[in-house]
Design a protein around this ligand. Structure first.
Ligand code: AMP
Ligand code: GLY
Length: 462
């Protein structure tokens, strides 16, 4: 069996590693992959957004299963194209991936289905206004555009009526840079100008979602969805902020641990009932079927869980801690999802705990600088029950260098969260590269809270 993994980050290395252990002993390809995936399969030099190139390769090599990691190719329709060519592919089609690719669409759908989420309004320019804005590239022209675009005026008026915390989101895909949590309306007005007039995020920011700022504990939950059945994955907690104690800027994720006892069994079934089931029903009413993994980012507020966002893919780095704990055969699980046979399946999890510490390049998340040589990879992997997944690395002769962003994901398993944590940090201590950034508190608060945190059972529902 031939399996192709699309993408080249730590999530894709973890998925490829787990797929490579399948009982069917697949021949594994990764496009474009990274030095970590090169050690378990063959890297193919095709970028994740080159859909035609990927399709040609998959047809030529007669790939039996393609697994798509990142959101961009999913939103661009890679699954639609592969299916049209008769290929088997894991992930939602573009109409379903809109849940992530268009926040305005997701918000509207949640509203119609009664899914709890932050109160919000969407401001979208008309087609004519869009054309004017796209043509106005110079500052003088932008001034003209500013005065003709009604959506921008309305958004400003709306912000002026708000008090306190407010969140402005670019509706389109923005590589994690499209959400602005503002302390006061004046800050939000500046964001609106940058998105809607200066178009700093291009087309992705021309429609904005403005919502109330929710207060609570942030959690996320993923579920496999096969068109009909929903099967929640075990729990994982990630860490969005760059620095210890949840300080510093938001990032793609600086670490994770699993299981996450903060999401108890009651909350899991509540999220199933109030979030996954109604939103998937809502899509179905629009004749959109969801197959793949659905990620819900949530705030546990005093009024119950509320959705912050949906992702149409696996979380990164949540996937890294889940893959080392998944005992089931991932090829079989993904085939069951694609074939609509999830109801025949039970996912088995290792009862042990997993901790992932992300090592990031200097300057991350704003503008990371790469090029530093990484030392100690073998020594780190020699720590018992440790896996080092590559993310932003590059091979340079005999060396591996830190290329960009999140560079490595050091994952450890342990009988307790504390043991997993201490193994992960022992391995981290053996790795070095110039300017390496990481958090020292991944899993720490949960160790303090629980003493001995038990495993949370996964819940299934239809
Ligand atoms: P998103 O990509 O929509 O999940 O937003 C990125 C991050 O911004 C989230 O992980 C939250 O930390 C924060 N955020 C988004 N929406 C809200 C909200 N309505 N209230 C408070 N924080 C939010
Ligand atoms: N860890 C957050 C995400 O994958 O979006």
């Amino acid at each position: 069996m031939k399996v192709l993994v699309v993408g080249g980050g730590g999530r894709e290395h973890a998925l490829a590693w787990k797929l490579s252990q399948s009982a069917c002993r697949p021949t594994l390809y990764c496009a474009p992959g990274n030095p970590g995936t090169a050690a378990i399969g063959t890297n193919v030099p095709i970028e994740q957004d080159d859909l035609d190139g990927l399709l040609q390769f998959a047809r030529r090599e007669r790939i039996d299963l393609t697994v798509v990691g990142p959101e961009d190719p999913l939103c661009a329709g890679i699954v639609d194209q592969f299916e049209a060519a008769g290929l088997t592919v894991f992930g939602p089609r573009s109409a379903a991936a809109r849940l992530e690719g268009e926040k305005a669409f997701a918000k509207q759908l949640m509203r119609t289905c009664g899914v709890p989420t932050a109160d919000a309004r969407v401001f979208s320019p008309s087609d004519r206004e869009r054309m004017l804005l796209r043509a106005a590239s110079r500052p003088g022209e932008q001034d003209v555009a500013r005065h003709v675009v009604r959506a921008y005026d309305l958004a400003r008026e709306y912000v002026a009526t708000r008090e306190g915390g407010i969140v402005v989101k670019a509706s389109g895909l923005a590589k994690g840079k499209g959400v602005f949590v503002c302390d006061e309306p004046a800050e939000a007005l500046k964001v609106l100008e940058r998105l809607m007039v200066e178009r700093v995020l291009g087309d992705a920011g021309e429609t904005v979602v403005i919502e109330e700022r929710l207060i609570g504990r942030e959690v996320s939950l993923m579920a496999m969805v096969d068109g009909t059945s929903i099967y929640q994955l075990d729990t994982a907690q990630d860490y969005k902020r760059l620095r210890d104690g949840d300080q510093g800027p938001n990032t793609g994720g600086m670490g994770a641990y699993s299981p996450a006892p903060a999401i108890d069994a009651g909350t899991l079934s509540l999220i199933d009932r109030e979030v996954f089931v109604p939103v998937l029903d809502g899509l179905r009413r629009e004749n959109v079927e969801y197959r793949g993994v659905l990620y819900a980012g949530l705030m546990l507020t005093a009024g119950g869980p509320k959705v912050l966002e949906f992702n149409c893919r696996f979380g990164d780095p949540e996937t890294q801690v889940l893959m080392v704990r998944l005992n089931s055969d991932l090829v079989s699980v993904m085939e069951a999802v694609v074939r609509g046979r999830l109801d025949h399946l039970t996912l088995e999890w290792d009862a042990r705990h997993a901790v992932c510490v992300v090592l990031a390049a200097p300057g991350y998340p704003d503008a990371s600088t790469g090029g530093a040589r990484i030392e100690g990879l073998d020594a780190a992997s020699a720590v018992p029950d440790v896996h080092v997944f590559h993310a932003g690395t590059r091979r340079d002769g005999d060396s591996i260098v830190a290329a960009r962003g999140r560079v490595l994901n050091v994952v450890a398993l342990g009988e307790t969260l504390e043991q997993a944590r201490s193994r992960a940090y022992e391995a981290v201590g053996r790795i070095s590269f110039s300017g390496m950034q990481f958090r020292t508190d991944i899993g720490a608060a949960a160790v303090d809270r629980s003493g001995a945190a038990g495993s949370t059972a996964s819940v299934r529902a239809n």
